[in-house]
Design a protein around this ligand. Structure first.
Ligand code: NAD
Length: 452
């Protein structure tokens, strides 16, 4: 794979000149062109048209990059972004309206308000696993907030990256939105520039590089990172129903989802009883030969394929384990009898391997979760209000859901983001406007009336 290193801007495709690119966008921002709500709406509508009119080409690119089936790719990438745009358009006026702020008695008479203003020129760096959604959903927020944007799609999803670079300049304001394709050298060149916000989605190692580069310019960052999101299964729950939900969240995009349940934490005697239900759920969803099903994806590249197959010895195979390097196929796999310190439990799996770890009771489960990095999401299947309350108050995670994994990210009224090692900052819906705006305090107090 040859990484691209082109910038697609107002002036067509050219070798990347990062200082010139950012200076150009900054001068466009300075004209005030991106500030009117009409411009923002127009951009969002144009992005919506881009997605709907080019849906087939985008789905083909997603299939080329990750073997994504068209239904899943539409739902999680194209349709997801369209929904984000629709939600934003429906609420934009309300979100941008100045918010009156109550003032203390001693300041009166006066009026206070909070006004959201755009930050300026922002950088969005996207990963490969949902290469369209994770490049464009932040762009929705950045444009809605009135910014100029540079978007850097992932070089590990080259077909989708090329489509983004081809389509954005055709549909959006080319003077205000630029696409830079490329890998580490291009991202490094961009990170040397001064941005007003950097929005990065990916792994924590690069997250640290981004934050270090941003610190030089005092640029605020949003880091959407990953980690090991547990799915706790409590005693007494409907194991068949829980297994179905866990399996459908885990094996989406062949497990390459930042909020996929990384492992099952089975409390008490649920581990052994859960095994046949997990196997049955895999067969129900993908049949006996998932390789033949168009809706089951492939591993992004050979490096990740080799990493994942190296984890298969970490437990007893309940179902799956079959793999083919030539097609980067790894069957949906469930591993049982997995120890907390085994290789599969030392890193984020980010693939279709689901280990089941047994813990004796809820206290042990809480200790297990709290003894590790704060996850991007914690999922729990329990009928006990006391257990729910303890999970809510005694653990910390980007999100906590009961009864269903992954779904919280499809609710634009809920903030999406991590905490600790799983990231900082949040977006979706109004939270994106917050991320890409400055909330300016405005105080207006009349001078005293002159006497005499
Ligand atoms: P990736 O390798 O595509 O990297 C992401 C971006 O970082 C790319 O645009 C890439 O060009 C850039 N990059 C890579 N190395 C760089 C370097 N040395 N300097 C500067 N830029 C560099 O994606 P990835 O990191 O493999 O993505 C997987 C990770 O992302 C997982 O940990 C996953 O959990 C996390 N993730 C998080 C979310 C979320 O929303 N929180 C979503 C998806 C993925």
């Amino acid at each position: 794979m040859t990484p691209h290193s082109d910038t697609t801007t107002a002036h067509g495709t050219a070798p990347l000149d990062a200082p010139r690119l950012v200076d150009g966008l900054r001068s466009v921002f300075a004209t005030g062109r991106t500030k009117p709500v009409a411009w923002r709406r127009n951009q969002l509508e144009a992005l919506r048209t881009l997605l709907t009119e080019n849906s087939d080409a985008l789905l083909a690119a997603l299939h080329a990059d990750l073997g994504k089936g068209p239904e899943e790719a539409y739902r999680t990438e194209v349709g997801f972004t369209v929904n984000e745009i629709d939600h934003t358009l429906a609420h934009l006026d309300a979100w941008l309206a100045p918010r009156p702020a109550a003032l203390p008695e001693r300041l009166l008479p006066a009026e206070g308000s909070v006004v959201r203003e755009p930050l300026g020129v922002v950088l969005v760096i996207a990963p490969w696993n949902y290469p369209l959604q994770l490049a464009l959903a932040p762009v929705v927020g950045a444009l809605a907030a009135g910014n100029c944007v540079v978007v850097k799609p992932s070089e590990l999803a080259p077909a989708t990256s090329a489509e983004i670079a081809r389509l954005l300049p055709r549909h959006l304001d080319r003077d205000a939105v630029a696409v830079v394709e490329g890998a580490v050298p291009e991202t490094t060149a961009l990170l040397e520039q001064r941005f007003d916000h950097i929005f990065y989605t990916g792994n924590g190692t690069v997250g640290r590089i981004v934050m270090t580069a941003a610190a030089k310019h005092l640029t605020p960052v949003t880091l959407e990172l990953g980690g090991k999101s547990p799915a706790l299964v409590d005693e007494g729950v409907d194991l068949a129903a829980a297994a179905r939900r866990i399996v459908s969240g885990k094996f989406l995009n062949a497990g390459q989802t930042c909020v996929a349940p990384d492992y099952v934490l089975a409390v008490g005697d649920t581990a052994r009883a859960l095994e046949p239900h997990l196997a049955a759920a895999v067969t129900e969803l993908y049949g006996t030969d998932p390789a033949a099903r168009t809706e089951y994806g492939r591993i992004v590249n050979e490096r990740h394929f080799d990493r994942l197959t190296g984890l298969l010895d970490s437990g007893r195979t309940v179902i799956g384990g079959i793999h083919d390097r030539a097609t980067r196929y790894l069957a949906p796999t469930v591993l049982a009898d997995v120890r907390g310190d085994s290789p599969v439990m030392r890193e984020e799996i980010f693939g279709p391997v689901l280990p089941v770890v047994q813990v004796p009771d809820l206290d042990a489960a809480l200790a297990f979760i709290n003894g590790r990095d704060k996850p991007l999401a914690l999922y729990a299947f329990t009928d006990s209000p006391t257990t729910k309350q303890r999970l809510l108050t005694e653990t910390s995670s980007g999100a906590l859901t009961f009864g269903i994994p992954v779904a919280h990210l499809t609710a634009p009224e809920l903030p999406f983001g991590g905490v600790g090692e799983s990231g900082m900052g949040r977006y979706h819906g109004e939270y994106s406007i917050d991320t890409f705006s400055h909330s300016k305090a405005v105080l207006d107090k009349p001078l005293p009336a002159t006497t005499g």
